[in-house]
Design a protein around this ligand. Structure first.
Ligand code: SPV
Ligand code: MG
Length: 543
């Protein structure tokens, strides 16, 4: 039965070298360049030793270790759909090192390797080529045989490259070596030349008479029309270093210009957009996979109402900053609240600023300004951030300090409206005259004031007659996605009210109850405070 699996990279590379058609193999030196080469349509990639070394900032003299080359080649194989033919230099040692190298290359998905008949550590063929000694033919043949015997996949390709012409040993020696390497099992022969004319390579090809596939690297004799190779049935031409060399002037010019102009503005449009970088990295695939494999993270937001300066008792401290930027133990109220919310996975944070709005600059915090903060109440501020009322959303006062678990309890509750309240209304101790506060009536006030408890809201008001109320609102209202929608609609309708500019959050709470919405209340005992005086600030440190 025919298999549906696409051919393996080894099989594809072997087939490419086995036909009489001339194919072109492009150099690459990392995952990105390999992908670019494959996208351009090259059916195979030459993992060039010269380019890989240059990319790593070292010389083409085996300064990069074989395991470092292996790592890099693996990135290339992963990134490019085209098979990789790795430049294996001299095989990184004797027959034993080479056969181990072959097995490792196979395990990393490399389709083939080319080794050259020089001596470790080699030097690039275009540097002092005539001075480079060649390996004894027998020794090199033993290495080829060991490699062929070691490969697990029959289609893995081993190319033998003779440097006889580079070293100036002449055509006869090149032919003798090519013949011996062919007999030793090499799947193709590279005959390399440093001449700018193709004559010695063509003489080789004519004498060789297409006995076995030949691959050329016409870096120096690049002006030769490829039809001349085609006519001689050359299996493949390797463009040996051209992506690296294309990148160099582009990087050099960009670096010099940016350094000189102390700005990227002049060059930005000439650069690849970031979107292109992300595309080449395959971000689309990850995005699609996230949708498949990641549980959808709930979209949670918070709107922090922080438009006020604070009462006269705080004015010495709020001359320059709004109340929400007062510090407790060195951290502003706003930062502490935002940090806690971020830790609880609330990602879309918004603040409504008013007094000294420009002082609120926290990164990642979306700021809405209520220019009329001095004449308007909390609801007018909330309305300024109406577009942030999306999905589940917490509405919080910006001048409170509370322990994280209070926020956690609210965020974990999926009811449409959830508030935090304290059974012990502040300022009710004997003999204290207290200002009006956000007070709540509960459907079933708990018997104890020291246990956290759940109940529902029966009514709410900004009032001073504590006796009529059961608890104080902590300034936190968590809304589900539906709850947020209800609040948005309520806000839209409230704008028409003559008292709109004076409306407070408790008016919203009271209206929700009046409309028959259940507002769930979690009762706490302490673990929070709001800042109304310099003393409150000092006391807040105890939290
Ligand atoms: C390489 O690309 O590293 C090669 C080809 O070996 S050459 O640089 O022409 O020797
Ligand atoms: Mg090389």
């Amino acid at each position: 039965m025919a298999s549906d699996n696409p051919p393996r990279p080894t099989t594809r590379l072997r087939a490419l070298l086995g036909t009489e058609r001339l194919d072109f193999i492009m150099e690459a030196h990392d995952g990105l360049s390999a992908r670019i080469a494959a996208e351009a349509g090259f059916p195979a990639i030459w993992a060039s030793g010269l380019s890989i070394a240059a990319g790593l900032g070292v010389r083409d003299n085996n300064e990069a270790s074989w395991t470092q080359v292996l790592e890099l080649a693996e990135f290339m194989a992963d990134a490019a759909p085209a098979p990789i033919l790795l430049d294996g230099d001299t095989g990184h040692g004797n027959f034993n090192n080479f056969r181990r190298f072959v097995r490792k290359l196979e395990s990393r998905g490399i389709a083939g390797v080319c080794i050259e008949d020089k001596i470790f550590p080699k030097t690039n063929s275009f540097l002092r080529g005539m001075a480079q000694p060649l390996a004894p033919v027998d020794e090199f043949c033993g290495k080829l045989k060991a490699g062929k015997d070691a490969q697990g996949d029959d289609d893995f390709v081993i190319v033998a490259r003779t440097e006889a012409l580079i070293a100036g040993w002449g055509l006869a020696e090149a032919l003798r070596r090519a013949e011996a390497y062919h007999a030793a099992g090499a799947d193709a022969i590279i005959v390399h030349s440093a001449k700018s004319r193709p004559d010695e390579v063509l003489a080789f090809l004519d004498a060789w008479a297409n006995r076995h596939p030949v691959v050329l690297i016409p870096t120096k004799y690049y002006t030769t029309p490829v039809e001349i190779f085609e006519a001689r049935k050359v299996a493949a031409v390797i463009w040996g270093n051209h992506l690296l060399r294309a990148a160099l002037p582009a990087m050099q010019q960009a670096a010099v210009r940016i350094a000189r102009e102390r700005s990227v503005a002049g060059i930005e449009e000439k650069l690849a957009p970031l979107a292109e970088v992300f595309r080449l990295q395959g971000d689309d695939e990850l995005h699609a996979a996230e949708a498949r494999y990641l549980a959808a993270a709930p979209q949670r937001g918070a709107i922090i109402l922080a438009a006020t300066r604070g009462g006269g008792a705080l004015h010495p401290l709020t001359a320059e900053v709004p109340k929400t930027l007062l510090r407790v133990d060195g951290v502003t109220l706003l930062d502490r609240l935002c940090d806690n919310l971020t830790a609880l996975n609330v990602r879309q944070l918004s603040v409504v600023a008013g007094y000294r709005a420009a002082a609120i600059t926290r990164a990642g915090l979306r700021r809405f300004d209520n220019a009329d903060w001095a004449e308007t109440g909390e609801i007018a501020s909330l309305a300024c951030a109406a577009e942030a009322l999306q999905g589940a959303c917490l509405i919080a006062y910006g001048d409170i300090l509370c322990r994280r678990h209070i926020l956690q309890v609210l965020l974990d509750d999926e009811a449409d409206f959830v508030i935090a309240a304290d059974r012990r209304i502040r300022g009710t101790a004997a003999g204290t005259a207290a200002p009006p506060r956000d007070l709540l009536r509960l459907t079933a006030p708990p018997a104890h004031d020291f246990l956290d408890a759940e109940t529902s809201l029966a009514g709410a008001a900004y009032a001073a007659d504590f006796a009529d109320y059961d608890a104080e609102w902590i300034g936190l209202l968590q809304c589900s996605a539906r709850g947020t929608q209800v609040v948005r609609e309520w806000l839209a309708a409230a704008r028409a009210r003559p008292d709109f500019s004076r409306l407070a959050m408790v008016d919203l709470l009271a209206d929700l109850v009046a409309r028959g919405e259940r507002v769930k209340a979690h009762l706490f005992s302490g673990d929070w405070t709001t800042i109304e005086s310099v003393c409150d600030l000092a006391d807040a440190s105890n939290l």
